[in-house]
Design a protein around this ligand. Sequence first.
Ligand SMILES: NC(=O)c1ccc[n+]([C@@H]2O[C@H](COP(=O)([O-])OP(=O)(O)OC[C@H]3O[C@@H](n4cnc5c(N)ncnc54)[C@H](O)[C@@H]3O)[C@@H](O)[C@H]2O)c1
Length: 350
Amino acid sequence: MNATRHGYARSVAGQILVTGGTGYIGSHTVVALLEDGHDVVIVDDLSNSSERAVDAITSITGRRPVFVRADVCDAERLDAVFAAGPVDAVLHFAARKSVAESVRDPDGYERVNVGGLRTLVDTMQRHDVHRLVFSSSCTVYGEPDHVPVDEDAPLRAVNPYGETKLAGERLLGDVAAGGGWSVVLLRYFNPIGAHPSGAIGEDPHGIPDNLVPYVMQVAAGRLAHLSVYGGDYPTRDGTCIRDYLHVVDLAEGHLAALDALDRLGPGCRAFNLGTGVGTTVLEVVAAAERAVGHPIPHRVVGRRPGDAAAVWADPARAEAELGWRARRDIDTMCADHWRWQSSHPEGFTG
Ligand SMILES: NC(=O)c1ccc[n+]([C@@H]2O[C@H](COP(=O)([O-])OP(=O)(O)OC[C@H]3O[C@@H](n4cnc5c(N)ncnc54)[C@H](O)[C@@H]3O)[C@@H](O)[C@H]2O)c1
């Protein structure tokens, strides 16, 4: 057993399967895994990413992960991946993630996000692999009754995407209750930023859904201005508060979860990954302006239905049990996001 950067003995020491590993969070996590000495095989159907992420990961780390283009709903292809080499553990990122799209296509979201997970779990079962880290989301808390929100808060889905994440958590809870499985559910808050090299980052197709990618495209002159939805919330400047988290901190959270799988023993456990610090929309815009060095056109408009006023994490459980804590602040997040955005104005396809 090797010591890890988290100070715990490493309990997993072989090939890690990363589904969705060419995507935004997956690619940063693959970098962290390779730098930590793991061997990695990525399975991704490239439905929301580019194979060029594999080259970028290689240029950052000096090591090339195995890449298999496949759909996680395809049991035969998954079987072949497990048969090709021993897989010690799986990090499951592959999913569709747009709330708006999930409202238009709930069945498609169910098929990939829940059906794909079921196919993966069945395949792992057949190959005797029982260690899994699952990408969940703070969306499973809906509009929380109080903040900061901890893992014991009531779970409720407020849109079809959220329903798929809740269904995934429940599926894995049932699987672990059957015995022999170690599962960690990571409930991410709002990941932003990019690897400090600027070589990988979020590559949204079309007009971004999320605040920071949108702000950065306004900063780059690709979009005219930002609409800030609601200036009359009961917050310090009237705009919504969220818990923004650097994607590299998030990637490190996966390493900590992987290290913890055996130490924590069989079962299914949920952890918030957030900073514990809430930032308003206007504070994000100000940080982005500091990063880009010029004003970013924005105007406050009416509220958008369904937006909670303030959501931020209580990350104490992750610190106590995973030995993980977010370290990077909002200025670092925006500076790193901008480095990626300004060097890849069209993402990987440019
Ligand atoms: N980005 C966020 O704000 C956020 C917040 C909370 C949770 N999450 C979850 O984290 C995970 C990763 O999110 P991300 O932001 O990196 O998204 P992303 O879209 O950048 O990455 C997801 C990857 O999965 C791949 N994929 C999608 N469907 C697939 C399929 N059927 N088979 C194989 N590959 C498939 C995509 O091509 C993409 O590379 C998702 O499960 C998402 O729901 C994301």
